[in-house]
Every structure is written in structure tokens, then in C-alpha cells.
Design a protein around this ligand. Structure first.
Ligand code: KG4
Ligand code: ZN
Length: 370
């Protein structure tokens, strides 16, 4: 009989539940996104996120069980995100998972959200009939994180071991996407639309060139706030962007936020600026990740988190991977962004290692991964 774990995720703005068998087979995966709620504020509002999790958690878990054709009593354990994330949001998932575990007499497994993102890659590799060789370097790149880990496994150890190589000094890459989209009046979240607009830019030269982003200290650390500010100053200093920004603000106010609706409202110069911004972010993520792989002697790179859905990033990593002889693994788009299948998958080896939580389990806003 496979081990069936219910995963619960509520660390940011997605309420998610999933059932995964033996850490590999996704029996169901339900994600209730709150994007429509946070869109009007241009970012996640923590209190609204908590309230929405509270509204969604019961139906989302119920639907995950329904789609897996299971009852609560069929489960072997419950895995829940302990952190990092928004405390008020995490507490909703944790309290619900704790209550379920107590009522059912099932084990409760605390999961680090970042380890979930790593397992999203393994879930995808398994679906494709591939296996990712360790040691690997893993880039987790989302709206809240931009961090590189070395992932290893000691012989016969049930769980993986993580060593942080570097991280962002300021903004996460996804946050930079969201902020640049906001200042250009392109809606929220910014990543998906900027990704498509960058690809739609014709050969117009960029109105500004950004060099590689620099950080003092650890040369593998990332930094994106300078780039975001450079875009801001460039746009502020040039009144020619004013009319198109206004036109897009009006379109967004009418609910017209689709790529097809916003593209005609973007000048060739704005598109070239977006392409240059994306080129810089992608080049930076790629160069530092491959440098980390070279330094640690890893022949595998894993990329996960919302920004891993970026088409140009995927191509850039695949291409460099081919020339460097490094295998690249990405989750599908659905598994790149926050979901609970990755939490249930990460809970599986911990369940076997006996890493369980008791009723004292609490949320940890900045939980380190080790
Ligand atoms: O992992 P995720 O769903 O939530 C966090 O933990 O942050 O990632 C969301 C982030 C947002 O900042 C969003 O703009 C970005 O991922 N994102 C993208 C793309 N799709 C989502 N960034 C660049 N290109 C994309 N295609
Ligand atoms: Zn995440």
C-alpha cells in the first residue's frame, strides 16, 4: 500500500492542498489563488491573505480528497508548510493541519516551503521518467526568494541536505518583476506579462543598457533592487512614457489586463526596455547559478519557484546547460508556482525519517533550510 500524504500550503497568497503517494505520484493538487484580491493593491496584503486562507482552506482540502477519491481516514500523514512565509497566512494552514492530525490520530509533518520547491522539481522529473543526480545546485527564484543551495544526500540517509550558497541582498527576482510591472502600469503579478512582452519586442535597440548587477562580498549573491531603481529613474526622466502609462492605467481600471489588450498600448521603446530588464535578470540568474555549479562540482541544476516559469530563463538555462554538460531540471509551470503537491512530496522522506511535529508546532516567518 503506498504512503498517502495530504499536503497543506498557505505561506503566501495561494491556499493549496494535495494528496501525493510515496512522495512521487500526484493523486490530486488543488490551488486557490488570491491574485484577484491582491491585484488592486499591486502586491500581497498579509491580513487579506490570512482571511482568504481561512475562507478557502476547508473547501480546498475537501476538493483535494475528492479528486484523489480518498477519505480523511485513508491518509497516512499530513504535511504542512511551517515557514518561511507570512505568519498570519502560515498559521491558518498549520492550525487546520494540526486539528486534522489530532482528530484523526495521524502524524503531522512540518515542511519548509523552500524544500517543497526543491521537491517540485523531483515530482516533475519522476513524471518525465527521469531522475536528477545529486549533488545538485538548486536555484529557488520566486516573488519572495532568490536563493542558491547545494543539495546533497548522504548514503542511505532518507532526507536531503541543503547548504546555502548565496541569496539576494535585497529584492527577490519575482519582486523586481512585480515592481517594474507596477511602475510601467502592466498589472499584477508582473512576471507573466513582462515575460510575454519581452518576447514581443522587435529589434528596436534598448533605450538604456544595464550592466551585470554587482554585489559586495559574496560574488554569488544576487541583487535586483538597483536594477528596479534604474528602470524607475529611466522612466521618470523621460516624459515620452507618460501617455502610454496613462493609457495602460485606464485599460487596467477597465479590467483589460490581458497580454493581447496591453501589447497594443506599449511603444517599441517600452518593449525594448522590458526586454533589456528581462535580459539582465535572466543573465544574472544564469551566470551565478552556473558559477555555483562549477564551484561545487555539481553536474545537475534544479530551478524552482514562480520565476522558473519564465520562458527566456528556461531557454537560457537549457542552452548553457548543453554547452556546460550540466543537466537542467525545471518543474512544469503549475508546479513552479506555490502548490501543495510539493509540500506533500517533501513530507514523504521526513515521514520515513520520523521528523514529526507535536501540538506545539508554530509558524516560522524565516525558517532556515538545512
Ligand atoms: O512561487 P510563487 O508563486 O510565489 C512566491 O513564493 O513568491 O512566485 C510568484 C512570483 C511573482 O513575483 C511573479 O511575478 C513571478 O513569480 N512569475 C514570473 C513568471 N511567472 C510568475 N516571473 C517571471 N516570468 C514568469 N513567467
Ligand atoms: Zn514559493
Amino acid at each position: 500500500m503506498p504512503t498517502r500524504i495530504l499536503g497543506i500550503e498557505s505561506s503566501c497568497d495561494e491556499t493549496a492542498a494535495a494528496v501525493v503517494a510515496d512522495g512521487r505520484e500526484i493523486l490530486s493538487s488543488i490551488v486557490a489563488s488570491q491574485i484577484d484580491i491582491h491585484r488592486q493593491y499591486g502586491g500581497v496584503v498579509p491580513e487579506l491573505a490570512s482571511r482568504e486562507h481561512l475562507r478557502q482552506i476547508v473547501p480546498v482540502v475537501r476538493e483535494a480528497l475528492h479528486q484523489a477519491s480518498l477519505n480523511l481516514t485513508d491518509l497516512d500523514a499530513i504535511g504542512v508548510t511551517q515557514g518561511p512565509g507570512l505568519v498570519g497566512a502560515l498559521l491558518v494552514g498549520i492550525t487546520y493541519a494540526k486539528t486534522l492530525a489530532q482528530a484523526l490520530g495521524k502524524p503531522l509533518i512540518p515542511v519548509n516551503h523552500l524544500e517543497g520547491h526543491v521537491h517540485a522539481v523531483f515530482l516533475e522529473a519522476h513524471k518525465a521518467g527521469k531522475s536528477a543526480k545529486l549533488p545538485a545546485v538548486c536555484l529557488i527564484v520566486s516573488g519572495g526568494h532568490t536563493v542558491l543551495y547545494e543539495v546533497t544526500q548522504e548514503a542511505d540517509a532518507p532526507t536531503l541536505h541543503y547548504k546555502k550558497i548565496s541569496q539576494t541582498r535585497d529584492d527577490a527576482a519575482g519582486e523586481a518583476y512585480d515592481k517594474v510591472a507596477k511602475l510601467l502600469a502592466l498589472g499584477y503579478p508582473g512576471g507573466p506579462i513582462l515575460d510575454r512582452l519581452a518576447a514581443a519586442a522587435n529589434g528596436a535597440p534598448p533605450p538604456i543598457k544595464f550592466g551585470p548587477t554587482k554585489t559586495r562580498g559574496n560574488p554569488l549573491d544576487f541583487s535586483f533592487s538597483g536594477l528596479k531603481t534604474a528602470v524607475l529613474y529611466h522612466v521618470r526622466e523621460r516624459c515620452e512614457y507618460g501617455a502610454e502609462i496613462l493609457a495602460r492605467q485606464e485599460a487596467l481600471a477597465r479590467g483589460e489586463r490581458k497580454f493581447e489588450q496591453l501589447l497594443p498600448l506599449c511603444s517599441p521603446q517600452a518593449l525594448a526596455l522590458i526586454r533589456e530588464f528581462q535580459n539582465t535578470v535572466v543573465r544574472d540568474l544564469r551566470d551565478r547559478t552556473f558559477a555555483a555549479a562549477e564551484q561545487s562540482g555539481a553536474s545537475t541544476i534544479l530551478v524552482s519557484g514562480g520565476v522558473a516559469a519564465n520562458a527566456q530563463l528556461r531557454n537560457a538555462f537549457e542552452e548553457r546547460g548543453k554547452s556546460a554538460g550540466i543537466q537542467i531540471f525545471f518543474p512544469s509551470r503549475a508546479l513552479s508556482t506555490d502548490n501543495a503537491a510539493m509540500i506533500a512530496a517533501a513530507a514523504f522522506p521526513r515521514f520515513h525519517a520520523g521528523i514529526l511535529a507535536d501540538t506545539s508546532l508554530n509558524a516560522a516567518a524565516s525558517l532556515p533550510l538545512s
